[in-house]
Design a protein. Structure first.
Length: 173
């Protein structure tokens, strides 16, 4: 059994807290947790923790950190589910934490491959002169399912392609 002797706010990350435990009359740093974990588990000075509880706290904190990484990665632009998964694997996060983070992002509607594919197609059709096959190839590389891609490419009809090509030819003259 260990007794929490002190809880301090981290200097650079104000949403994280350092937990110290009493060991042979001295305070020893044990681990740090996110503010949400601190509140969820009701951690306080003088509380007894056994080894299993400490492991559970560290695991919950790692899951929360994985979630924060995913949200941060999404903050730059929309991403497909596979892009997020690959990023978190590259960051050496645990599979069960990745699954929880992706479930959280879906629940909060922060990732949606249908919306991603639609936005990707709209962006590519307006900013680049590439055809539907190239866009489809790029979406496949991003891990979007073919049925979702086909639905997103529905707006890429032949009339639109002729209009874009005509405008491009007019600019070349």
């Amino acid at each position: 059994m260990a007794i929490i002797s002190k809880i301090t706010v981290q200097k650079k990350a104000k949403q994280r807290y350092n937990l110290f435990i009493q060991e042979q009359g001295n305070d020893r740093y044990a681990f740090s947790v996110d503010e949400d974990i601190l509140i969820k588990y009701g951690l306080r000075k003088g509380q007894d923790l056994n080894e299993a509880e400490m492991r559970e706290l560290v695991d919950a904190d790692e899951a929360k950190r994985t979630q924060h990484l995913a949200v941060h990665y999404l903050s730059y632009r929309m991403r497909s589910e596979k892009e997020i998964y690959d990023y978190l694997i590259k960051k050496e996060r645990q599979s069960e934490h990745i699954a929880k983070a992706i479930d959280f992002l879906k629940q909060e509607r922060l990732i949606d491959d249908n919306a991603f594919a639609g936005a990707f197609v709209r962006t590519k059709t307006r900013s680049a002169l590439i055809g539907p096959n190239k866009v489809k190839q790029q979406l496949i590389q991003k891990g979007v399912q073919e049925s979702v891609i086909d639905e997103a490419l529905h707006s890429y009809d032949i009339d639109w392609q002729i209009d874009v090509l005509s405008a491009w030819l007019k600019n070349k003259r």
